[in-house]
Design a protein around this ligand. Structure first.
Ligand code: EPZ
Length: 438
């Protein structure tokens, strides 16, 4: 069963020679039902958290994304064992951690790899990990992560692009986060659950993925109170046991499909969602005149061409999520009137804008805002995905554009969306995946 090998990433085309592209025709109204998968941004810290116990953890509804495969291989590289079951459950056993240095090769592929730092430090007393590079959307430092680990008693040094942290025993502390960083909150929480005494994290991130991680940890025997609020109290315990956990649905995948329905004037029912997690997206779409019906088992999104312009400002949860900004911006390019999108979380998250302009959008960037004048239509052409959500935004724009759009560098999209093209095709999208001929 535990026969998974590190080369599987190659088989999944992540680092293979095969470069692929999406070819998307004008698709008309998307219609039908789509099931939303487990949350990428929950699963990644939860897999890292399995390092905190030597017992077996079963994680349910795990999307087989490239980023998940990277995290899975990071765990195996450290000595853990993993296996998939046929119904997308991931089983992880980290009885024997054979080293405390995370693989450079794997860490450079995904910033979220840094989330193994806290668990390795808590389990083994030391960790060596590559400074995560910045990425397309910003420099993305980890100073808040390190401030928290140091407050728990870790001695931290940096040399040759690596961070080394060591602590014979982590001791609970009061930690104030200058910014409610999702990753820093998660790393500190995972280190604190095995620390001596109480840790209080103030100005903590309150995203649903923090609550999901907290629920995973408490199901392992951790003592955590207040997750989902800006003050989280953790009382350290000696050991954690294994668990079986169902991951929350991916609110960003859900938001992406809500836009797919709206941008094609379609009628789509989304199953497996948590309505509470989608409030900003629902509010903004309703403000534009998109019809959204909330049901017991999901929501129905009915698009219409006569939409009103809106302004969007991204903020930490429960504000409008930065991870839905690019997708919404695609919809605004063909929404009549003047729309303003302000990105406050990341300093460089408008890479989709030049590509949308090539498709005929009328957008001007002014510092951290994009001013979008709605145009009658977009026109298909060749475009390039620069990061995960920008790539998704281009796919959505292509569905509504006249003619044919080719999207290159789609490995960015495969990092965060599982079966995305398949799910879109089942709703009527004219999309195919092709190998790129050089
Ligand atoms: C998580 O990234 C998500 N990734 C991101 O989703 C998401 O955009 C982001 O949270 C904000 O919601 C995962 O959960 C795997 P942050 P994270 O720390 O933890 C600055 C996607 O598309 N900062 O809350 O890296 C940072 O530079 C991805 O699914 C510091 O200055 O986000 C940024 O400007 C993209 N110092 C802001 O805080 C630090 O030590 C938010 O970062 C940490 C962060």
């Amino acid at each position: 069963m535990f026969d998974h090998t590190i080369t599987d990433i190659e088989k999944n085309g992540f680092v293979g020679d095969v470069m692929e592209k999406f070819v998307i025709e004008h698709s008309g109204r998307l219609m039908g039902r789509v099931r939303i998968g487990g949350s990428k941004n929950s699963v990644l810290p939860i897999i890292a958290a399995t390092l905190l116990t030597d017992k077996e953890c079963v994680i349910q509804d795990v999307p087989k994304l490239t980023d998940v495969l990277i995290m899975q291989n990071l765990i195996e590289d450290l000595g853990g064992k993993t296996a998939w079951t046929e119904d997308e459950k991931l089983i992880v056993r980290t009885e024997d951690i054979v080293k405390t240095q995370a693989s450079y090769e794997l860490c450079t592929k995904m910033r979220a790899s840094f989330l193994v730092a806290g668990p390795i430090l808590a389990r083994c007393g030391e960790v060596k990990i590559s400074m995560p590079g910045g990425c397309a959307i910003g420099s993305r430092p980890v100073d808040l992560h390190l401030k928290g680990l140091a407050a728990l008693g870790a001695e931290i040094s940096q040399e040759h692009g690596y961070i080394y942290a060591k602590a014979d025993k982590l001791v609970g502390a009061n930690i104030y986060l200058d910014f409610p960083s999702v990753g820093a909150t998660e790393n500190i929480m995972m280190a604190a659950v095995l620390a001596e005494g109480q840790t209080i994290i103030q100005n903590a991130a309150v995203e649903p993925e923090i609550v999901d991680l907290s629920n995973f940890l408490t199901s392992m025997g951790a003592q955590i109170r207040g997750s989902g609020t800006d003050t989280i109290k953790i009382t350290g315990v000696d050991k954690l046991h294994g668990t079986n956990h169902q991951v929350i649905p991916d609110r960003i995948e859900a938001g992406t499909f809500m836009i797919a329905a709206a941008i094609t004037d379609g009628d789509v029912f989304l199953e497996n969602i948590v309505i509470d997690h989608l409030k900003p997206a629902i509010a903004k779409l309703r403000e534009m005149g998109v019809e959204i019906d909330e049901a017991e088992d999901g929501i129905r999104v009915k698009g219409s061409p006569d939409r009103k312009p809106i302004d969007i400002k991204t903020l930490p949860y429960p504000g409008f999520p930065t991870d839905m900004q690019a997708q919404f911006l695609s919809l605004l390019t063909i929404t009549p009137g003047t729309n303003i999108v302000t990105e406050t979380v990341f300093e460089n998250r408008f890479m989709h804008v030049p590509e949308l302009i090539r498709m005929g959008a009328d957008i001007k960037i002014d510092s951290r805002s994009a001013i979008i004048e709605g145009v009658q239509k977009l026109t298909g052409t060749q475009v390039r995905a620069s990061d995960l959500r920008a790539g998704a935004a281009l796919m959505l724009a292509a569905l509504a554009a006249t003619g044919t759009t080719e999207i290159h560098d789609i490995y960015h999209i495969d990092r965060g969306y599982y079966n995305f093209d398949t799910k879109l095709r089942e709703l009527g999208a004219k999309i195919r995946r092709e190998e790129k001929t050089c």
